[in-house]
Design a protein around this ligand. Structure first.
Ligand code: AKG
Length: 208
């Protein structure tokens, strides 16, 4: 169903034109549904902490089906996909949103961006926009992103995320060792691959 939607919307050609990539693959989709006016912020994270690849041709298209004021929209730290690869968040402790995903790694712990912003609102170069239905955010999956709470005045959010990659995505293994996450992602590394090799596994749908 999602592949028919992607085709109908011409998304493969759209993302190829952003990157100047000959080929495009579909990495997957995800739904975020927040209801009841009280769900808090999604923790700051980079999707690249959860997948064994990185490179310029990797992005998320974040599509909300409601009109959202900026304070309820996903926030992104501008340019952070070109900076440090941080550890992920484990999502297992609502009181500690930087709780490390990987227990043994050189990747530094996520910064406490909300604490920093509470002290100095300009401490991080955070961007976000008011969104109308039909608008979408397009951003590199390795950029720090988070936020998008629902609040009593904006109580529901249904968001569809499509992820794509292109020619310039390269194998970059995840840390090995224990992980603190809701499902086991320790098997995602491919020992037959060399770091830096193009990462285009055949189980992802190639769209062009
Ligand atoms: O919509 C959200 O709350 C989080 C979205 C997100 O993390 C993503 O698109 O990767």
């Amino acid at each position: 169903m999602h592949l028919a939607t992607i085709k109908e919307l011409g998304l493969a050609d759209f993302v190829a034109s952003l990157w100047d990539s000959e080929h495009v693959w579909f990495l997957g989709e995800e739904l975020f549904i927040k209801k009841g006016g009280k769900a808090g912020r999604s923790p700051w994270h980079q999707d690249t902490s959860y997948m064994p690849a990185n490179g310029p041709h990797l992005l998320n298209i974040w599509i909300s089906f409601e009109k959202l004021p900026r304070k309820n929209v996903l926030e992104i730290v501008r340019g952070s996909h070109r900076g440090t690869q941080y550890n992920g968040t484990s999502y297992t402790d609502a009181g500690d949103k930087t709780k490390p995903l990987w227990l043994e790694t050189d990747w530094p712990r996520l910064p406490d961006i909300e604490a920093d912003r509470a002290t100095d609102p300009t401490s991080w170069d955070v961007i976000s926009w008011d969104l109308q239905p039909g608008d979408a955010l397009v951003f590199h999956s390795g950029a720090l992103h988070g936020g998008a709470p629902v609040t009593p005045d904006c109580p529901e959010r249904h968001t569809l995320v499509f992820r794509f990659f292109g020619d310039q995505l390269f194998y970059r293994p995840l840390p090995t060792g224990p992980v603190d996450f809701s499902y086991d992602i320790t098997g995602l590394n491919d020992p037959s691959m060399t770091p830096g090799e193009p990462y285009h596994p055949s189980y992802y749908d190639q769209l062009r």
